[in-house]
Design a protein around this ligand. Sequence first.
Ligand code: SF4
Length: 98
Amino acid sequence: MKDYGISLNQHCPCTQQECPIRGNCVLCIQNHLVNGRHLPECIQNVLRPAVKDLAAQMELKIDDGRPDAAFWSTYDKEGLVNRSFARHKKSRKKGKKE
Ligand code: SF4
């Protein structure tokens, strides 16, 4: 877990150990909001039991689709860090104007 000096949660429960911004909540949430494809894992952990129970009531099966080691082995981690900082800087500038 790397501290980028913005926000670090030493107790981040995310299982994505290879994620270069793991534990940096501000960067993590900004990323998830921009892509909008899925929630940060700490929030998934809150919802997962309820969704599993609901799915079971509907006779649906749920697979775990979280990124695995193969995903991270080819993922552009440095690019993620760079994009995260660019978004963070942009959001700070926007916030100062308002
Ligand atoms: S917001 Fe992201 S970095 Fe922060 S605790 Fe949740 S999963 Fe971890």
